[in-house]
Design a protein around this ligand. Structure first.
Ligand SMILES: Cc1cc2nc3c(=O)[nH]c(=O)nc-3n(C[C@H](O)[C@H](O)[C@H](O)COP(=O)(O)OP(=O)(O)OC[C@H]3O[C@@H](n4cnc5c(N)ncnc54)[C@H](O)[C@@H]3O)c2cc1C
Length: 242
């Protein structure tokens, strides 16, 4: 961990370009998993502490099942929970910084484990102090061990969707409440229609629509990306607000 060149590679590597030449450094592969539900100091909210190697989308699926709102629009983003704060992942107007409370990390210079509040991570649009920008050194060299989020405890009933970007994506014309599960289903459908959902069982690499990367880089950096557009949109099954 003390070596100058170190590459943290989560289980997925979905945001990494790996060259063909040998890598002179240490690769840390994070395979921890687990979601712990905690009370929130705020009324009507709940916290989850999640191990860094946990699959991000599995976490989103869990929160939706539990009726916890705040990350449902980030359904289908490939990768692990530990990598999510590194570039402040986001989609359709939601970003992890809106719900991130703190991360537990191991500091590479001291080897110490500490809990760092989100406010000290320099979170911005797809960036943080932990991010390697185009192979450069991050401002803070650390490995995230766990992530704590604070989410709204809304239950399974419908709620009014806020945020223009998300409302546009969901084609919501009015303030009818919709359940979290419906939002997740729609987002997964939209992402799949753009080839933005990875499938480990499908070896065929497919470019996401917004990428400007070269084909060879994409091919090396992905296990597979399936284009599986869903036909049409279903209607929400609940309109009860909570
Ligand atoms: C098809 C596709 C769609 C995508 N859609 C989106 C999107 O909508 N929104 C979005 O924000 N991103 C998106 N991404 C980017 C990617 O999903 C995210 O960056 C994700 O967080 C990467 O997770 P990973 O576990 O694969 O990280 P990796 O690719 O393995 O690592 C990414 C970086 O984070 C560092 N890192 C990883 N884990 C840790 C850790 N525990 N501690 C410290 N550093 C760590 C690595 O060293 C590396 O620098 C997409 C990527 C693909 C391929």
């Amino acid at each position: 961990m003390g070596q100058r060149r170190r590459l943290v590679r989560s289980r997925r590597g979905s945001n990494l370009f790996v060259g063909d030449e040998p890598f002179d450094g240490t690769v840390v592969r994070i395979l921890t998993s687990g979601i712990e539900r905690l009370p929130s100091p705020f009324e009507g909210r709940a916290r989850v502490r999640v191990q860094a190697g946990n699959d991000w989308d599995a976490l989103v699926a869990y929160t939706v099942r539990e009726g916890l709102a705040g990350i449902e629009a980030m359904s289908g983003i490939p990768g692990t929970v530990g990598a999510a704060p590194v570039q402040n992942i986001g989609a359709y107007g939601q970003e992890i910084q809106e719900t991130l409370v703190e991360v537990e990390l191991i500091d590479e210079s001291t080897g110490e484990v500490s809990v760092v509040p989100a406010s000290e991570l320099g979170l911005g649009f797809r960036t943080s102090v932990l991010k390697h920008h185009y192979g450069g050194e991050p401002l803070r060299r650390a490995v995230i061990l766990s992530v704590t989020l604070d989410l709204a405890d809304v239950g399974s009933a419908g709620r009014i969707v806020r945020g223009d970007q998300l409302r546009r994506a969901l084609a919501l014309a009015n303030d009818d409440p919709v359940p979290l599960a419906w939002v997740r289903e729609q987002i997964l459908g939209i992402r799949a229609s753009k080839g933005m959902v990875l499938d480990d069982d499908d070896p065929t690499p497919t470019a996401p629509a917004r990428s400007s990367r070269t084909r060879s880089s994409r091919t090396r950096s992905r296990a597979g990306c399936r284009r599986s557009a869903r036909a049409g949109r279903s209607r929400p099954t609940s309109t009860r607000s909570r």
